[in-house]
Design a binder for this molecule. Structure first.
Ligand code: SAM
Length: 271
């Protein structure tokens, strides 16, 4: 905890992204990965394998990875060997990632908010506005003419910080209103992926399960009612095996990995 706090204090980051929790979340992922390395290994391997599968049968000029984060689930070496350029996109890049990218001649880091909502939500809350919540917009110019776009475990992360920031206002918005806000962010990203001309590879959690002694106690829908195509590989990510959260509780994500989203069938809607 102390180390995480120190990292949070010393890592360069814009004050608003810090206040909204983006940095805290990245540092938490880094620390949890260190503690749960073995439990995470099969999940990370699945992700890397699906990304490599997505590279087959397409030109290899440019690959874009959205939500590149700590590069844990990205086969960065093979992508760099294969593609002329690899663009890593995240709302913020930690110093270790910047250092790693500098060693690779054909890697470009892009700081971008893939929901386009961080600033708008910050302003909305700080100005104490009570009208309609901001809508997602994303300047995707750097994705144009890309042969491969990977959404790397980003989809369900997109609503978290804006939602948390809005909920911090107290009772201003109802549960239904904040749920609609979160769902709009998810739908916007799926629409964006659908409209790309290059191949799109989607890695995402589809369900969060809280377990006690192997029994599922609670299921949480991180997609806020949206549904992904049924095809693709499914697996469990034991993201926080006990005693990570408590001595008795395990947190597990149901995952899906789709190497080619456009041929995977429609984006079904649950609700
Ligand atoms: C679960 S992590 C993805 C794991 C990552 N691919 C890895 O291998 O470490 C989610 C990532 O999404 C990023 N993220 C969250 N909201 C974002 C946004 N609005 N725009 C861009 N990236 C965002 C986070 O900073 C984080 O790196």
């Amino acid at each position: 905890m102390l180390i995480e706090w120190l990292r949070h204090l010393t890592t360069p980051c814009s004050p608003r992204l810090k206040r909204m929790g983006y940095l805290k979340e990245l540092i938490a992922i880094q620390s949890r990965h260190q503690r749960c390395r073995d439990a995470w290994a099969p999940h990370l391997e699945h992700c890397k394998r699906i990304i490599l599968e997505a590279t087959t049968g397409i030109p290899h000029r440019r690959a874009v990875v959205l939500g590149s984060g700590l590069l844990l689930d990205i086969p960065l070496g093979p992508l760099c060997d294969m593609f002329g350029e690899v663009v890593l996109v995240d709302i913020l890049h930690l110093p270790a990632v910047i250092k790693r990218a500098r060693l690779l001649a054909n890697v470009r880091l892009v700081d971008a908010d893939c929901s386009g909502l961080a600033d708008a939500t910050w302003d909305h809350v700080c100005d104490g506005r009570t009208g309609p919540l901001p809508v997602p917009v994303f300047d995707d110019s750097f994705c144009q003419d890309s042969d491969l776009i990977v959404s790397a475990n980003l989809l369900t992360q997109l609503p978290l910080a804006p939602l948390g920031w809005v909920q911090g206002m107290g009772e201003v918005y109802s549960k239904d209103e904040t749920r609609t806000f979160a769902r709009a962010i998810i739908d916007h990203h799926l629409e964006f992926l659908k409209h790309q001309t290059g191949r799109v590879c989607l890695l995402s959690e589809t369900e969060r399960q809280i377990l006690q002694g192997g029994e599922v106690l609670e299921v949480i829908d991180p997609l806020f009612g949206a549904a992904l195509p049924m095809s693709g590989l499914k697996w469990n990510w034991n993201i926080a095996p006990r005693p990570e959260i408590t001595p008795h509780i395990d947190l597990r994500f149901r995952m899906t990995g789709i190497a080619d989203l456009k041929t995977a069938g429609g984006l079904n809607r649950k609700t």
